[in-house]
Design a protein around this ligand. Structure first.
Ligand code: NI
Length: 177
């Protein structure tokens, strides 16, 4: 188990379409241990395997009460392997996002407000959930990483893109991203 370096925007692995996991064995277990350590160390809302240089379809996410997202609902800690998203609403909602691979910046992204996600947990047991609001946003952000998409590529108004400490001067600087 180790805290791994988080790759930053521009690294080619972040632009790749990641490969499905076929074996729920020790290799996946080791990857998830590193991902959990890294997400905890960086205090992130989620992390995708490509962000630590592993081009596999694995994401983790979860938000306890976090001062970084004062309006955010809690999101249960989830390991999601080979995810599939089905959108359940035509409605989009704008919201601020940050990303550990785009440090120091925030931007407004429009995301679908309600979706279903399926996939597998770390033991290969099926997951099938409906999510709304912030939970749905986090799932969309993390799963985008598996298709080589970073949130700035989803933005429709670049005037709503800036440095976190300039946009939100009152935010605790430890909560950079
Ligand atoms: Ni991200």
């Amino acid at each position: 188990m180790a805290v791994r370096e988080v790759l930053r925007m521009g690294h080619p692995v972040l632009a790749q379409v990641a490969q499905p996991v076929e074996d729920f064995g020790p290799e996946l277990e080791a990857l998830l241990a590193d991902m959990k350590d890294t997400m905890a160390a960086e205090d992130g809302a989620g992390l995708a395997a490509p962000q630590i240089g592993v081009s596999r379809r694995v994401v983790i996410f979860g938000v306890a009460k976090n001062p970084r997202y004062p309006d955010a609902e809690e999101v249960p800690f989830t390991v999601l392997v080979n995810p599939v998203i089905t959108f359940l609403s035509q409605e989009g909602e704008d919201g601020w996002e940050g990303c550990l691979s785009v440090p120091g910046l925030r931007g407004v992204v429009r995301r679908c407000v309600k979706l279903r996600y399926t996939g597998f947990d770390e033991k290969g047991r099926p997951i099938d959930r409906v999510a709304e609001g912030f939970h749905a946003r986090v799932v969309q952000h993390e799963c985008d990483h598996l298709d080589g998409i970073l949130y700035p590529m989803r933005m429709h108004d670049m005037s709503l893109f800036g440095f976190t400490d300039v946009l939100f001067p009152d935010m605790d600087p430890r909560q950079e991203d």
